[in-house]
Design a protein around this ligand. Structure first.
Ligand code: SAM
Ligand code: SF4
Length: 311
């Protein structure tokens, strides 16, 4: 099979090209919309895929048609072998386009090394420009570390740098305009994400949701927004700000679901593969990777079959 062909086509005709790889479930923050502030039921560390296992799955996925890989978590920078993982993915024969989503807390220390290892694109999550709100929102006093991390990413030449922000009523719902002014000033590409019911302690309610329309209206009261055509499989609706070239994105995950255009697969840190954040079935790649009775080529075949079953 040619490496350019893609066998990851699902029953809806969607061609899967994008693989999200969660490197760990652990995190240095406790964002209220993501996990309970006292969460401690982490996966046992021996169940997390090793760097070797991760790289093997990614290499096989690339032969099946995956062209983009995004490293995420939990917090991907909590992996002590993160630079090695980035470097090894970039050294594959046909390296995928590699990016990372991080909370930025530990980025100042590794931004340069990541760039040297071949990382180019990075998304950094920041929901507020106020350190006290940051503390309320994340249950950790790490605002300054994130700001330093963003500066380090800029200094290391990572580009583009996207900032992901989730707005919530009563916490940071009034920050759409200040965040965009700051991002424009810093030459950062801001995207707002509607808060999804991923459920940290059943706190999500539809009536508290700040919708994509409301975010657009807030921004449009201060800036002239014009739609960027050709969204492709991107979940974000992009708008030129004041005629461009700067843009802002709004991801209406709840009010404007983009399932029909989604081209993602997800590899969870313990080796389970899913087609969707909300999928209730998954295929177990770890048990194939660790099956001592299989030869390397049998493992490869089984992983290809398992990935094919996920789509
Ligand atoms: N820890 C890293 C970070 O925060 O960037 C990577 C993992 S985090 C799960 C990836 C992205 O998902 C972040 O931008 C975060 O804001 C977003 N996210 C988490 N929970 C969410 C929710 N309930 N609704 C919308 N976005 C959410
Ligand atoms: Fe951690 Fe990211 Fe979840 Fe926040 S959104 S708790 S930083 S994994």
């Amino acid at each position: 099979m040619s490496i350019m062909s893609n066998s990851l086509i699902d029953n809806y005709g969607r061609v899967h090209r994008d693989l999200r790889v969660s490197l760990t479930d652990r995190c240095s923050l406790r964002c209220t919309y993501c996990m309970p502030h006292d969460f401690n039921k982490w996966l046992p560390s021996e169940t997390l895929l090793t760097a070797n296992e991760l790289v093997k799955v990614i290499e096989i996925a690339v032969t099946q048609g995956i062209t983009e890989v995004r490293l995420t978590g939990g917090e991907p920078l909590l992996r002590p072998d993160i630079v090695e993982i980035v470097s090894r993915i970039n050294s594959l024969e046909n390296p995928p386009e590699l990016s990372m989503t991080t909370n930025g807390v530990a980025l100042a220390k590794v931004a340069k090394e990541l760039a040297a290892a071949g990382l180019k694109r990075i998304n950094i999550s920041l929901d507020t420009l106020d350190w006290e709100r940051f503390k309320r929102l994340t249950f950790r006093d790490r605002y300054d570390d994130v700001i330093e991390g963003i500066a380090a990413a800029q200094a290391a030449g990572l580009a583009p740098i996207k900032i992901n922000a989730v707005l919530m009523k009563d916490i940071n719902g009034d920050e759409a305009i200040p965040l965009l002014k700051w991002a424009l000033n810093e030459n950062l590409n801001l995207r707002f994400i509607e808060q999804m019911p991923l459920d940290a302690g059943d706190a999500w309610t539809r009536k508290n949701l700040i919708t994509a329309d409301q975010i657009f209206d807030q921004l449009n009261s201060e800036f002239e927004l014009t739609p960027v055509e050709d969204r492709g499989s991107s979940p974000a609706e992009e708008f030129y700000v004041n005629g461009g070239p700067a843009t802002v994105g709004i991801i209406g995950s709840v009010t404007r679901p983009f399932c029909s255009a989604c081209d993602r697969l997800r590899l969870i840190s313990d080796g389970q593969m899913r087609s969707c954040l909300f999928a209730n079935t998954e295929t177990d790649l770890r048990s194939i990777l660790r099956n001592g009775r299989l030869t390397e080529s049998e493992k490869r075949e089984d992983i290809i079959k398992a990935i094919g079953l996920t789509v």
